[in-house]
Design a protein around this ligand. Structure first.
Ligand SMILES: Nc1nc2c(c(=O)[nH]1)N[C@H]1C(S)=C(S)[C@@H](COP(=O)(O)O)O[C@H]1N2
Ligand SMILES: [Mo]
Length: 222
């Protein structure tokens, strides 16, 4: 029997896996870089219920009236009605919510259309660097194109397999789970791609422009 542990099939498999991770840059960026002990961002506490937060006006949008406009710096500006939105590729993504008011909620299962698939549909032009989200309650928020395009981001119509309730932003809301939840626009109406950044409702009212919970980017950075 060889005493070279590299001859053990398990060791070889582990080594190959680690080499693969190294090639992929695994553990260097994004979610996988955080050990489980750091799942809860600094200053946050865990809740089991799901609080409702908004400007106080919860628009009721009938599905036959609902439209999602995707425009601005894109090759193919598009307006989707409900039937067209349902025909887009469906994705399921499970993620944690981190609200700037310090509550976090783990393992929310969202169903909808991934931002990747929406990007494929409209094809942002090279000038597009930022995304402005416009909602039916006239709320707005801004994120970078890179944040919008993150792997976990989804335009969700369902939560835990059930249609999103009106209070939580139905018919559809954005979910960008790696940023504080105010970036996740409820009652989403329009996704506008732009060349230069323009602050949204909370961003002009004292909240941080980027909103990374891991860096506690809660309040204005200028
Ligand atoms: N259209 C719209 N989206 C919104 C808001 C809003 O007022 N209007 N509030 C934001 C804030 S501050 C938070 S914390 C979350 C709350 O989402 P929830 O009510 O589903 O928990 O929605 C975000 N998206
Ligand atoms: Mo919030």
């Amino acid at each position: 029997m060889s005493d070279d542990s590299n001859d053990l099939p398990e060791a070889n498999k582990l080594t190959r896996t680690k080499q693969k991770w190294a090639r992929e840059g695994r553990f260097l960026t994004g979610k996988t870089s955080r050990p489980n002990s750091e799942r809860l961002p600094p200053g946050q506490h865990l809740v089991r219920d799901w609080p409702v937060l908004d400007l106080g006006q919860q628009p009721e949008i009938a599905l036959d009236q609902w439209r999602l406009i995707i425009d601005g710096a894109v090759e193919h500006p598009t307006t989707l009605d409900w039937a067209q939105f349902q025909r887009e590729p469906s994705s399921v993504k499970t993620s944690d919510i981190h609200c700037v008011t310090t509550w976090s909620r783990y393992d929310n299962r969202w169903t909808g259309v991934s931002t990747h698939d929406l990007l494929d549909l409209v094809m942002p032009t090279p000038e597009a660097q930022f995304v402005i989200l416009h909602s039916y309650d006239r709320y707005t928020t801004n994120i970078t194109l890179a944040d919008f395009a993150s792997e976990d981001a989804i335009v969700a119509h369902s939560w835990e397999g059930k249609p999103l309730t009106r209070e939580h932003g139905g018919p559809v809301r954005l979910v960008v789970p790696h940023l504080y939840f105010w970036k996740s626009a409820k009652w989403l109406k329009r996704i506008e791609f732009v060349a230069s950044d323009a602050r949204g409702f909370w961003e002009v009212n004292g909240y941080h422009n980027r909103a990374d919970p891991w860096k506690e980017q809660r309040y204005s950075n200028d």
